[in-house]
Design a protein around this ligand. Sequence first.
Ligand SMILES: Nc1nc2c(ncn2[C@@H]2O[C@H](COP(=O)(O)OP(=O)(O)O)[C@@H](O)[C@H]2O)c(=O)[nH]1
Ligand SMILES: [Mg+2]
Ligand SMILES: [Zn+2]
Length: 291
Amino acid sequence: MDDGTNAECRIKGNFRIRGIRSTNPIAVGDYVMVQTLADGTNWIAEIEERKNYIIRRSTNLSKESHILASNIDQVALIVTVNHPVTSTTFIDRFLATCEAYRVQTTLIFNKIDLLTDEEIAQLEELRALYEGLGYPTLAISAKSGDCKAVQRALAGKVTLLSGNSGVGKSTLLNALFGKELTRTGKISDAHDKGMHTTTFSEMYFLPDGGAVIDTPGIKGFGSIDMKREEVGHYFREIFRIGRDCRFGNCTHTGEPGCAVHDALITGDVAISRYESYLSMLDDTTEGKYRV
Ligand SMILES: Nc1nc2c(ncn2[C@@H]2O[C@H](COP(=O)(O)OP(=O)(O)O)[C@@H](O)[C@H]2O)c(=O)[nH]1
Ligand SMILES: [Mg+2]
Ligand SMILES: [Zn+2]
């Protein structure tokens, strides 16, 4: 509630969101109007229009979607150079999806305490690559408990935390919130027992303003509507350099006069990024992204 307290609420009526059919009428991050009746029950009377929302589409290509979170200011993607390896393909596909959602993303490289000298060099290379593209990066060891840099990056914003399993999301959340976190998680678990989906999100409020949304079990956002010729729009450097291609609809896959092809040779487009781009193009060819 506005006064900072929590209240259990029921949902009144049938909320519909323009354009999408969602399995959940209310999502983490929603701002709502609550009516309290004489008997003390709280009813959600209205949902404010969402600034944005992140959905997960059902795999069976039905039109049903699950809203993972709404009103996000930024995404923090936790990645690891090793233990486990987070592939650049995973990172780039994730970033491309964030671009499609128009949400700012910060890359947090975790477990730097475990890295060899060679891996540290790799880390620095990756940081330079993504910083160069305009994605802020941090390098941390969540296990060490020192997460001041992360706290600064999260302050005052609503951040969706994501990352592959095992990269240290829970460890980082615990370092940020201390012991209280586990208790919060348990309450939400009990609360959501009736749901047939186990993928619900939780929001943790930061002591100095802002909040973190954790979506357990979500690796990425899943596919979103993306046309084949649009994939290149979501790779910042490919979009920028691609404007110099001879053909306006160049897919950068061997067309004559392709500026992206030239940039691969000069190093202005990293091979790893181009490979990720190709992997997303392949998906659209296979119909994973709906055309
Ligand atoms: N050495 C080291 N281990 C870490 C670090 N962060 C997390 N871990 C370990 O990595 C494993 C997975 O972490 P967890 O937080 O459960 O990952 P999650 O699946 O993303 O929530 C656990 O054994 C953690 O103790 C780190 O910065 N350094
Ligand atoms: Mg976890
Ligand atoms: Zn091209």
